[in-house]
Design a protein around this ligand. Structure first.
Ligand SMILES: [Zn+2]
Length: 294
């Protein structure tokens, strides 16, 4: 399996060490600035090739345990065995889209307020090292009943980890152990702030960068990789709220997993219109705990 390298704050982090990345200040609006909601663009309903009525979204069926969400028997969503392929989207026959927000600082409270007001669940892919920047938000997210997926602790490129001794023979075991440590320390940090956090057995590698070893190490730690099928590029500083709204509403189709970030004010500005527009297209926003796979 090849290495995938895609967005996820790449503009900040691509050439930087993880430690440098997390100290980069997010773009913020002036204190007290109000967010003017955008009007949703009028949209045609989703086209159906055969004209058939689309079934209602499947109701969430995972079971919450003290260790996190656990699937009903046979639920392929939560197949975390080695070799299970990364998830990029849900069932295209289900008229739902899955909202995910990466990283964990910046405009989290603003995003959460909109999601609650719109009764739109979502999943946060938190990076452990970002949590101390906004611990009350982490707690509020969990208290709202929204789920969490694992986005590693240091938010580095897991395909590029090398053994500190410089011995290439040690790189692979070093990397395997470190991927697992990234995942477990993130949950430990999360539970410091939110002991009741609903941690899905899903892991989003930073930048979408993974290879076979990352996938195997994640599986050994009980996680399956989750990527996305729609990246409206809110991580690009040049992306405006209008462009973001228009991209999502033009491209979204049933089953999409959409990746947003908590760090962009444009995301906050566009989110109300995005949620309204998705519903106007017949696409109900959901969290990954409700993901129905093809
Ligand atoms: Zn990220």
């Amino acid at each position: 399996m090849g290495v995938r390298l895609v967005s996820c704050f790449a503009f900040l982090c691509a050439a930087l060490a993880a430690s440098a990345c997390i100290t980069a200040a997010p773009h913020r609006a002036a204190a007290g600035a109000t967010v003017a909601p955008l009007s949703p663009t009028p949209l045609a309903p989703p086209s159906q090739a055969d004209g058939a009525t689309v079934a209602a979204p499947a109701s969430p069926t995972p079971t919450w345990t003290p260790d996190g969400w656990r699937p009903p028997p046979g639920d392929a969503i939560f197949d975390t065995s080695p070799g299970a392929p990364p998830i990029t989207h849900g069932d295209r026959a289900v008229p739902a889209v899955y909202l995910t927000f990466d990283d964990g600082y910046g405009f989290g409270e603003e995003v959460l307020a909109i999601l609650r007001q719109k009764h739109a669940p979502a999943t946060a892919c938190f990076a452990g090292s970002f949590m101390p920047r906004n611990p009350s938000f982490i707690r509020h997210w969990v208290e709202a009943g929204f789920s969490v997926c694992n986005h590693t602790y240091w938010h580095g490129n897991l395909t590029r980890l090398t053994d500190p001794t410089g011995d290439p023979a040690k790189d692979e075991p070093h990397r395997f152990a470190n991927v697992q440590a990234e995942l477990t320390t993130t949950v430990d940090k999360l539970h410091e702030y939110a002991p009741d956090a609903r941690v899905l057995p899903l892991f989003r590698p930073p930048y979408g960068a993974y290879d076979d070893l990352v996938s195997r190490a994640a599986a050994a730690a009980g996680y399956r990789i989750v990527l996305w099928s729609l990246d409206p590029e809110d991580w690009r500083p040049a992306t405006t709220a209008v462009a973001l709204r228009d991209r999502v509403l033009a491209q979204a189709r049933p089953g999409d997993i959409i990746v947003f970030h908590f760090e962009r004010h444009a995301t906050v500005e566009a989110l109300p219109a995005i949620i309204d527009g998705l519903r106007a297209k017949g696409l109900e926003p959901r969290g990954l705990e409700s993901l129905a796979l093809p």
